[in-house]
Design a binder for this molecule. Structure first.
Ligand code: ATP
Length: 206
């Protein structure tokens, strides 16, 4: 099966694009979406193995009142400590990888999209066939993310600086969706790529 890795900077539109792929109305050629961001949240739910390992390292101070992990607090801690950031990644990434592989094994679609926000920043081994980048201008990224999350622009700028540069992403992507304009233009690009990926998937299987 053709495996497409979907990536892009913060607030570039990855979720919006993956939702559009999953809503394509051609039932015979449904696309499977595996979202590593969703998986990352699931594997740290209360009582899961990763949850226990994280508390062992970071202590109970990172917990909300309902015992769930306060992701914002955790993010702030690792922002200021690269060693702890590495330790957290060493716990989370193998678990994500396991879950992705188990979901992949159950699919029987012609192609699938694996949403990997930090595809260029972290190691993963999914044997991707293509990298699809959702690209948008930094000003748009900041505007949309501050509106969505109700956070100051400086917070978003700080994260953008830590992520791969727009240039780097553009150079290393196979396919690019431009998301500076309205949703209708986004939908059209998704439809075009869907047709392209189905063609590729058929070539691969034939
Ligand atoms: P993150 O990296 O933070 O998970 P993301 O890349 O998944 O973000 P989205 O959540 O899909 O990005 O998009 C960011 C915000 O911008 C959302 O509120 C979304 O509804 C909005 N948005 C995305 N694309 C467009 C568009 N073409 N026109 C208007 N709003 C958009």
């Amino acid at each position: 099966m053709l495996k497409i890795g979907l990536t892009g900077g913060i607030g570039s539109g990855k979720t919006t694009v993956s939702d559009l792929f999953s809503q394509l109305d051609n039932n015979e050629n449904k696309v499977a979406i595996i979202d590593t961001d969703i998986i990352a949240r699931q594997i740290v739910e209360v009582g899961k193995p990763a949850y226990k390992k994280i508390i062992k390292i970071f202590g109970k101070e990172i917990l909300n009142k309902d015992a769930s992990i306060n992701r914002k607090v955790l993010r702030n801690i690792i922002f200021n400590d690269l060693n702890l950031k590495q330790q957290l990644e060493d716990i989370i990434h193998p678990e994500i990888q396991l879950q992705v592989n188990s979901e992949l094994a159950q699919l029987n679609t012609q192609y699938c999209i694996i949403v990997i926000p930090l595809l260029f920043e972290t190691k993963s081994d999914y044997a991707l066939d293509r990298i699809l980048l959702v690209d948008c201008d930094i000003d748009t990224q900041i505007k949309r993310t501050t509106q969505r999350d109700q956070v100051p622009a400086e917070d978003v700028e700080r994260i953008i600086k830590l992520q791969s540069s727009q240039d780097y992403r553009l150079k290393h992507a196979d396919d690019i969706i431009q998301n500076n304009n309205d949703l209708e233009q986004l939908k059209q690009q998704v439809r075009n790529l869907h047709a392209f990926y189905l063609k590729l998937a058929n070539l691969n299987s034939g």
